[in-house]
Design a protein around this ligand. Sequence first.
Ligand code: ZN
Length: 266
Amino acid sequence: MDTTVHLVDRGTMEIDLNYPLEGAVTATASDPNPDCVRAEGPVFNLVVDHPAGTILWDTGSHPDAGDGHWPAETYDAFTHHDAHEHPLPDALDDAGFALDDIDYVVQSHLHLDHAGGLHNFAGTDVSVFVHEQELKHAYFAAATGTDGAYIRADFDYDLAWEPLYGDGGLLFEGLEWLHLPGHTPGLVGLLVEDGTADGDDLLVIGDEAYNALNYEAEHPMGRDLLHSRLDWEASLRRCKDLQRRRDAVVVYGHDPEQVASLPELL
Ligand SMILES: [Zn+2]
């Protein structure tokens, strides 16, 4: 199987550390007023260059995130300073691909730092795979204002949606998707057979783990980043089981050290 995976750099987002790590900063008797911490998390996409076509994993933040596309209050908390310097077509170009090369998009979920490049595929026949439950939840969240991490203007286009149903399945030979509910109802991961340069399988789990501590230490994300903690824990078990059986390398959603190491790994 002649599949290669390529990193697409979309810049860096900054958020309060208590979002990705529940209780990271906690007042105690001896330290009643600890300083809040802002944590940097890279935003990236992947290109899976597969014999069946060129597949884009996630589409990052909208380039106008800081210029009104994200509500001011949202941008104040989730601050993607350099989104405008990494629009999808330019970032793809840096990785050696053109927008026109993309045949398929797989959306891990539809949060604002993952779905903001979908507008590039409006009116095209590029298939956009997304879990049925994610697409339904995203429209519900946008319509009711119950979850500010979804922005209707990210996904409300004439797109060639290909809903994914159920628990998981085969997208193409050597390329499996799996439903990992928890962070959102319809988060999906991707298992790429022989996805690393050494021929190891790659298990891309997106925001099931915002960073390495969520996965390795099983430190839960904060409440605002967990639609369902019970589902999140079950999905973590599923990832770890698969990792063991396939001896796979697991790729997290926004871990700075890991993303820095990806170019060597892929
Ligand atoms: Zn997310």
